[in-house]
Design a protein. Structure first.
Length: 217
């Protein structure tokens, strides 16, 4: 988060039209997700919702990568026709695993993202409850819908030959452990019990709240 705090402190000194480039060393893609979340919720916009000061992130690697954060956010919001949707996308991508959240073995970031944005983000907007302060036009909270999260993972883990909607959670989990007439699958591919996934959902919510606390403190 230190990668972003200096930008928030600099905010009041910038004029409309100024561009900001954040050079980040020893960074990975999580840096981009942090910026998507923070800039989406807290960076200055004009009345049409576009950012008045473009933000770029330069990841200093052997092969440097440059990301136009403000443009990415605006593109995501146009696609979903929903302000602040880029913040939700950053959380979805975090669900694939990071330094704070464990990875789901065999389930890629791309698979999680594609599931979330299918049908114009139907699953994405089921997963989160976003409270917006109308007077200030700002987000006051984002809450993970744990029950929707459990269903989301159930669908991701369900073998393709089955319809997840026709099976219970326990039936899907059993098939991730052992398909009928087959050998047991590798333990790391098993879907966790529902109680464990609820704890994992609590970790995701803790990360969301940490981001919020940090950004507004």
């Amino acid at each position: 988060m230190a990668q972003l705090d200096w930008m928030m402190e600099l905010d009041a000194e910038l004029s409309d039209g100024d561009s900001v480039v954040n050079f980040v060393s020893s960074a990975d893609i999580d840096t981009v997700l942090i910026h998507l979340f923070g800039i989406s919720l807290h960076w200055k916009r004009n009345q049409s919702g576009a950012f008045t000061r473009p933000v770029y992130v330069w990841l200093q690697k052997q092969k440097p990568e440059l990301y136009n954060i403000s443009k990415i956010i605006e593109s995501i919001e146009r696609y979903f026709n929903k302000k602040y949707s880029a913040a939700l996308i950053s959380i979805i991508l975090s669900m694939g695993g990071n330094d704070f959240l464990p990875r789901h073995y065999g389930i890629s970031y791309e698979k999680i993202l594609m599931k979330a944005i299918d049908n114009q983000g139907l699953e994405l907007f089921k997963l989160f409850n976003m409270q917006i302060q109308e007077t200030e036009e700002s987000v006051s909270s984002i809450t993970l819908n744990i029950d929707a999260y459990i269903c989301f993972l159930k669908d991701l883990y369900c073998p393709k030959i089955y319809n997840a909607a026709a099976l219970s959670f326990d039936e899907v989990r059993q098939r991730t452990i052992k398909m009928p007439g087959k050998e047991f699958r590798l333990p790391q591919t098993w879907m966790l019990p529902e109680s464990a996934l609820r704890h994992l959902g609590s970790l995701i919510q803790a990360q969301i709240e940490y981001f919020f606390y940090y950004m507004v403190s």
